[in-house]
Design a protein around this ligand. Structure first.
Ligand code: FE2
Ligand code: FE2
Length: 190
């Protein structure tokens, strides 16, 4: 698979692990899982998503999906839906961080509405990634070297400052430090 698609899919695996942990924290708030709930963990996950996937992963996907829209033999509405999902997911991340930050500051458990927001956020992130995985295999089949040259040139010019080695390393290490605390996600099995 193309190296950019590989990197995006590695991001998906990291985001899925974080969504698994987020859902466990939501379960603890309502007693579906034992253990003390941890707002810091929820906010750390949201901050991670806002800092890295939303700063690099979404913009790179936007460039690739727009290149895919130049093809005639693809499902254009499905690709446009993925593009529209990015600002929506970003708005939900910001809303989640605000709402859960407020409940933490008030030292209260989240309201039923806040819990619904959390579950909706989790479900939308998961279904977005699953929809993208099938599009990625299509892209891998359809894109020529010329398509990848165009994509790489746009990534290099539009995302230059976000694509440094140090940011990449911080991105991976930070996710690993969040997930390492948990036995299941710490093994990389999820
Ligand atoms: Fe995406
Ligand atoms: Fe993605």
């Amino acid at each position: 698979m193309n190296h950019l698609l590989d990197q995006l899919e590695n991001d998906h695996r990291r985001i899925l692990r974080l969504m698994y942990l987020l859902n466990r924290e939501l379960d603890k708030f309502v007693g579906l899982k034992t253990g003390k709930h941890n707002y810091d963990q929820v906010l750390e996950i949201l901050d991670y998503i806002q800092t890295y996937p939303e700063a690099w992963h979404h913009p790179v996907e936007d460039i690739i999906f727009k290149q895919l829209l130049t093809k005639s033999n693809v499902n254009h509405p499905a690709i446009e839906e993925l593009l529209h999902a990015h600002p929506r997911l970003e708005a939900l991340s910001a809303q989640m961080a605000y709402v859960f930050g407020e409940y933490q500051a008030a030292n209260m458990v989240p309201s039923p509405q806040a819990m619904r927001l959390g579950r909706q956020y989790h479900a939308e992130q998961m279904s977005h990634i699953h929809a993208e995985r099938s599009i990625f295999s299509l892209i891998d089949k359809l894109f020529s070297n010329a398509d990848w040259d165009e994509v790489n040139a746009k990534v290099a010019s539009q995302l230059k400052f976000r694509d440094s080695q140090s940011i990449d390393e911080g991105y991976i290490l930070r996710c690993e430090s969040i997930t390492a605390k948990h036995a299941f996600t710490g093994t990389g099995l999820h």
